[in-house]
Design a protein around this ligand. Structure first.
Ligand code: GLC
Length: 512
């Protein structure tokens, strides 16, 4: 009998470049993570998801992998990765690693062999054509084909350094099955599947036409791959497959979560939703209903390495997020954003399912929107005019000024001077800090397997119970509201006014 830990876990995303640097080169690494594992233990998380740590030319910060069975020297080596997995396990923390199946690096031996005319050419999407084979717009914007000689092009849905694999080819499928086993054999407890809905392309290469089946999003054949991956995961004990599936259509989304496919998938619906009681309630209901239909656990995500940090989002006049609607640089009231982010933490940590915490969110970090243009590294910037670097800035650990003990060198992206109050050291022991709020909330999740029910507290208030004696109440109305009858306030995201819950504040209650 498996314990299905992924169903209600708190999962912390480590972005290795920016977590902690152990060797002074300004880039985070495994040595840094091992040295700071105590932070994750004290936070109380159940698992960590490691963004890619494999050898990579870093054209897309490691999402351009040139060898899935090794570690990039900037992060360490394979024996250090194995040591980290063992140490995390000793601390009671599981490890999820990131697999990127849609594409590999143009420096991967397969692509080099393909360019040299080897049989590997069939592992990719090469097409002979005078003009660009399609007008598809890539996922970062811009064109999706690059020319290799007079009339031959290859497909890349992301940067030209990330050629797409041809998933029709059995060698591609066999290779990834072997990679899964490689990491499961080394103790990985789960796999995060990058861009999980993209793998297959319509070989006829039709243009994207509204109302017609999409030529490269969510083709049915992808489900067969995940069924085979599920069979592999099931050969091991308690291993989880978690898909990165950006998909507005809930039914198509939950297809990935059928009982013989993935165990979980990132739910980005709430992340994109405005800070609004009606829209948030309907997003939560939509999510709960859809997951109940397939028996899969919902997931709750507020931030990650691709999106604007939610302290900033929730401080803007427009609190939605989408890649298409670039709000960079619009004014953000960070005090308001922080107040809402604190309330949002109590929301996501008390809904049924698993909650993801993106590194730095527990410190209340905001988006660094003032990175000088010549220091921007994200390849999305050139194509879309939006950089994801602002949410990837190295963590502040201690001290009054950058680099806040992240490194002894110069951090790879600049940290704001205002983060001196947001370091782990400054917040530890301060009961009003974001860090102590997260620590307390994670410690208090004893209700996590109890039944969920909405509690009606009137317009603008979101409230629910978990079992008979726990309630979460979040006030999104325009003024203070009375708390329901309760025995104790277990935790509140901000000061209460007697038995009144102020606006943009959440409380966890023990009911009588
Ligand atoms: C995913 C990753 C993102 C990356 C892209 C291409 O969306 O989260 O960071 O750029 O896939 O691999």
């Amino acid at each position: 009998m498996t314990n299905q830990w992924w169903r209600d876990a708190v999962i912390y995303q480590v972005y290795p470049r920016s977590f902690a640097d152990g060797d002074g080169d300004g880039v985070g690494d495994i040595a840094g993570i091992r040295a700071r594992l105590g932070h994750l233990r004290d936070l109380g998380v159940d698992a960590i998801w490691m963004s890619p740590w494999y050898p990579s030319p870093m054209a897309d910060a490691g999402y351009d992998v040139s060898d899935f069975r090794d570690i990039d020297p900037v992060f360490g080596d394979l024996s250090e990765a194995e040591a980290l997995i063992a140490e995390a396990h000793e601390a009671g923390i599981r490890i999820i690693i990131d697999i990127v199946p849609n594409h590999i690096s143009s420096e991967h031996p397969w692509f080099k062999a393909a360019l040299a005319g080897g049989k590997e050419r069939d592992y990719f999407w090469f097409r002979k054509s005078q003009n660009m084979p399609t007008n598809w717009v890539g996922e970062f914007g811009g064109t999706a084909w690059t020319k290799v000689d007079d009339d031959t092009w290859y497909l890349h849905l992301f940067t030209p350094e990330q050629p797409d694999l041809n998933w029709e080819h059995p060698a591609v499928r066999a290779e990834f099955e072997s990679i899964l086993r490689f990491w499961f054999d080394r103790g990985a407890d789960g796999i995060r599947i990058d861009s999980a809905a993209l793998l297959f392309k319509d070989p006829a290469l039709p243009e994207v036409v509204e109302g017609e089946p999409h030529p490269f999003h969510d083709l049915d054949a992808v489900h067969d791959v995940y069924r085979s991956w599920r069979r592999i995961a099931d050969e091991y004990e308690d291993r989880a497959l978690i898909g990165e599936v950006w998909m507005p259509d809930v039914e198509r989304f939950t297809n990935y979560l059928r009982p013989d496919e993935l165990h979980a998938a990132f739910n980005f619906d709430l992340l994109g939703c405005a800070w609004d009681p009606y829209l948030m309630r309907s997003s939560i209901e939509r999510t709960l209903d859809a997951h109940a239909g397939v028996g899969a656990p919902p997931t709750w995500v507020l931030s990650n390495h691709d999106v604007t940090r939610h302290v900033t989002r929730y401080g803007r006049a427009d609190t939605t997020f989408s890649f298409e609607n670039n709000l960079d640089g619009t004014p953000a009231d960070l005090e308001l954003g922080t107040r809402r982010a604190r309330a949002a933490a109590l929301l996501t940590l008390s809904l049924p399912g698993s909650a993801y915490v993106y590194q730095g969110e527990e410190l209340g970090l905001w988006e660094n929107e003032s990175i000088p243009e010549d220091q921007i590294q994200d390849p999305m910037y050139a194509r879309r005019g939006h950089t994801r670097d602002g949410c990837r800035v190295p963590l502040p650990w201690s001290g009054d000024e950058p680099p806040y003990d992240f490194t002894t060198g110069a951090p790879w992206l600049p940290q704001p001077a205002e983060w001196k109050d947001r370091t782990v050291q400054a917040q530890t022991g301060d009961p009003s800090s974001m860090l102590e709020l997260y620590r307390s909330a994670i410690r208090l999740r004893a209700f996590k397997d109890r039944d969920f029910a909405w509690l009606d507290r009137g317009a603008g208030v979101l409230a629910w119970t978990r079992g008979a004696d726990f309630a979460c109440v979040l006030n999104l109305s325009g003024g203070p509201v009375p708390l329901p009858e309760h025995e104790t306030v277990l935790l509140a995201s901000g000061p209460l006014d007697g038995d009144l819950l102020p606006q943009d504040t959440a409380a966890w209650l023990r009911l009588k």
